[in-house]
Design a protein around this ligand. Structure first.
Ligand code: HEM
Length: 506
C-alpha cells in the first residue's frame, strides 16, 4: 500500500517535471528574451542587482549585457535600452507600442491608478487629458501671457538676495528662494495666484506635502514589496502613509486652489469678462462639458506640481552649481549678456533667443545633469519586438537617456562641463529630441510637453542671476559639492549648497 503511494507520488513528480520542462522549452522557443543576468525563482534578479536601479548602475549593466538587456525584478520585467537606435525604436518608430506607462504600487496610489496624464496608459484617456492640458499650459501663447510674470519673479529673487547681507559674505542656500519662485511661476499659470513669501503658511503646507510625495514615490525602500507580491503585506504601513499624503494633498489642492478659483471666476465673470483666463479656468470648462471629472482635475494639478516644479528647479540648481564650479564659463556667459543687452539691462524672454552661449550652458546642464535620466518609465501593453528580441507584454521599458548623452563613444569628453560643444561639434543638437543621443525631455508621443515653458524659465533665471551676481563657493571652499541623488527615475543634487552671491555694481 505504502509502496503504491510512493510509486504514485514519484510518478506525479516525474510528470510535473516533464510538463514544466516542456512548458519552459516551448516558452524559450516562443520568446527570445533580451540578454541579462540569470534569474532565480520568485526573486528573479533582485537579489543580484538590488534596489538602486539608477542610471549609472544601469550603464554598468549595459556595458556587460549590451544595449538592450532584461532584468526580472521579482514578478516584473524590466527592459533597459542604451543606444540611440533602440531609443528611436521605443520612442518614435514603435511609439504607440511602447507609449504606455508602468505604475508601481506607490504610483498607483498617487495617480488614482492612472486617472492623471503622466502615468496613464497610451489610449483614449491619455489623448483627452493631453489635449485638454495643451491650450492652457503648453503653447507659445502661454509663454507670452506669463513671461512677464516669470521676469517679475526672478526680479524679486534678485532684490531679496541683494537685501540679504549674508548672501555676499558667508553665503545662502539660494535654492530655497528659487523654490518659491518656481512655485509662483507655475501657480500663476495654473491659478493666477502667487505666494508672497517663503513663510506663507499655505506655501509651507504645500511644499511639505509635495516633498513627502516625492520622497515616498522616488524612494527605493518599497521595491521589495512591489517586485515580490508575497512580500506586499509588509508594505502595508508604507502604502497607508502614501494614501494619507495623497488624500491630504488632493484635499489641499481642492480646498485652497480649485474651489477658490471657481469662486473667483464666478465673481470675475460678471465684473470683467475680458480678463485673461488662467489654466484652471480652461480645465474647469472641460469638466463642465463633461469631458473629465473632478478627480481628473485634481490629478492635473498633482501632475503639474511634480512634473513641472521640481524638475525645473533641479535643473536650475545644477546649472548654478556648474557655473559656480566653472568660473570662466560663468564669466563668459556674463560677458555675452552684457555685450548683447548692455550691462544691467534685465534679461527678458525674447532676449534668451539672442544669447547662444546662454542656450549652450542650459543644454550642457541638461546633458550632464539630466533631471529625468531614465525618462519616465515606458511600457508595452502587448508582447512586442525590440532589437530582434521579444519583450513580454507589460514590461517596464527604461531608456537610459543619461548614458545616450554621456557615452564617450558618442560624445567628446562627455564628463567635462563644456557648453562650447553645443556651439562647435554638436551645434545642430537641440533639446527637443532632434538627435537621439540627446533626449533630456524625451521625444515622441510621451515626450515632455513642458519643454516650451522650461527652456525660457531656465534662460531667464540663470541669465538674470549671472547678470546680477558673481556666484561663488562659500569662503574657504573652491568648489561646491555636486554629489548626485537618484530616485526611481529622478536625479538631483544631494546637498543644497550654500552659495555666495556678490551683487554686481553697474
Ligand atoms: C527642466 C525641466 C524639465 C525636464 C528635464 C523634463 C523632463 C521630462 C521627461 C524626460 C519626461 C518623460 C518623457 C518620456 O517618458 O518619454 C517628461 C514628461 C512630462 N513632463 Fe516634463 N520636464 C521638465 C519640465 C516640465 C514642465 C515645466 C512641465 C509642465 C508645465 C512638464 C510636464 C510634463 C508632463 C505632463 C509629462 C508627461 C507627458 C506624457 O506622459 O504624455 N515638464 N518631462
Amino acid at each position: 500500500m505504502d509502496l503504491l503511494l510512493l510509486e504514485k507520488a514519484l510518478l506525479g513528480l516525474f510528470s510535473a517535471i516533464v510538463v514544466s520542462i516542456l512548458i519552459s522549452k516551448l516558452r524559450g522557443r516562443k520568446f527570445k528574451l533580451p540578454p541579462g543576468p540569470v534569474p532565480v525563482p520568485i526573486f528573479g534578479n533582485w537579489l543580484q542587482v538590488g534596489d538602486d536601479l539608477n542610471h549609472r548602475n544601469l550603464t554598468d549593466m549595459a556595458k556587460k549585457f549590451g544595449d538592450i538587456f532584461l532584468l526580472r525584478m521579482g514578478q516584473r520585467n524590466l527592459t533597459v535600452v542604451s543606444s540611440p537606435e533602440l531609443a528611436k525604436d521605443v520612442l518614435h518608430t514603435q511609439g504607440v507600442e511602447f507609449g504606455s506607462r508602468t505604475r508601481n504600487v506607490v504610483f498607483d496610489i498617487f495617480t488614482g491608478k492612472g486617472q492623471d496624464m503622466v502615468f496613464t496608459v497610451y489610449g483614449e484617456h491619455w489623448r483627452k487629458m493631453r489635449r485638454i492640458m495643451t491650450v492652457p499650459f503648453f503653447t507659445n501663447k502661454v509663454v507670452q501671457q506669463y513671461r512677464a510674470g516669470w521676469e517679475d519673479e526672478i526680479d524679486r529673487v534678485v532684490q531679496d538676495v541683494r537685501k540679504n547681507p549674508e548672501a555676499a559674505t558667508t553665503g545662502i542656500v539660494i535654492r530655497k528662494r528659487l523654490q518659491l519662485m518656481m512655485y509662483n511661476n507655475m501657480y500663476r499659470i495654473m491659478f493666477d495666484s502667487r505666494f508672497e513669501s517663503e513663510d506663507d503658511p499655505l506655501f509651507l503646507q504645500l511644499k511639505a506635502l509635495n516633498g513627502e510625495r516625492s520622497k515616498l514615490a522616488q524612494s527605493f525602500d518599497y521595491n521589495y514589496g512591489d517586485f515580490i507580491p508575497i512580500l506586499r503585506p509588509l508594505l502595508r504601513g508604507y502604502l497607508k502613509m502614501c494614501q494619507q499624503v495623497k488624500e491630504k494633498r488632493l484635499h489641499l489642492f481642492k480646498k485652497h486652489f480649485v474651489d477658490e478659483r471657481k469662486r473667483i471666476a464666478s465673481t470675475v465673470k460678471h465684473a470683467d469678462s475680458t480678463k485673461l483666463k488662467c489654466a484652471m479656468d480652461h480645465i474647469l470648462e472641460a469638466q463642465q462639458k463633461g469631458e473629465i471629472n473632478e478627480d481628473n482635475v485634481l490629478y492635473i494639478v498633482e501632475n503639474i506640481n511634480v512634473a513641472a516644479i521640481e524638475t525645473t528647479l533641479w535643473s536650475i540648481e545644477w546649472g548654478i552649481a556648474e557655473l559656480v564650479n566653472h568660473p570662466h564659463i560663468q564669466q563668459k556667459l556674463r560677458e555675452e549678456i552684457d555685450s548683447v543687452l548692455g550691462p544691467g539691462v534685465p534679461i527678458t524672454e525674447p532676449d534668451t533667443h539672442k544669447l547662444p552661449y546662454l542656450q549652450a550652458v542650459i543644454k550642457e546642464t541638461l546633458r550632464l545633469r539630466m533631471a529625468i535620466p531614465l525618462l519616465v518609465p515606458h511600457m508595452n501593453l502587448q508582447n512586442a519586438k525590440l532589437g530582434g528580441y521579444d519583450i513580454p507584454a507589460e514590461s517596464k521599458v527604461l531608456v537610459n537617456a543619461w548614458w545616450l548623452a554621456n557615452n564617450p563613444a558618442q560624445w567628446k569628453n562627455p564628463e567635462e562641463f563644456r557648453p562650447e560643444r553645443f556651439l562647435e561639434e554638436e551645434a545642430k543638437v537641440e533639446a527637443n529630441g532632434n538627435d537621439f543621443r540627446y533626449l533630456p525631455f524625451g521625444v515622441g508621443r510621451r515626450s515632455c510637453p513642458g519643454i516650451i515653458l522650461a527652456m525660457p524659465i531656465l534662460g531667464i533665471t540663470l541669465g538674470r542671476l549671472v547678470q546680477s551676481f558673481e556666484l561663488l563657493p562659500p569662503p574657504g571652499q573652491d568648489k561646491i559639492d555636486t554629489s548626485e541623488k537618484g530616485g526611481q527615475f529622478s536625479l538631483h543634487i544631494l546637498n543644497h549648497s550654500t552659495i555666495v552671491a556678490k551683487p554686481r555694481v553697474f
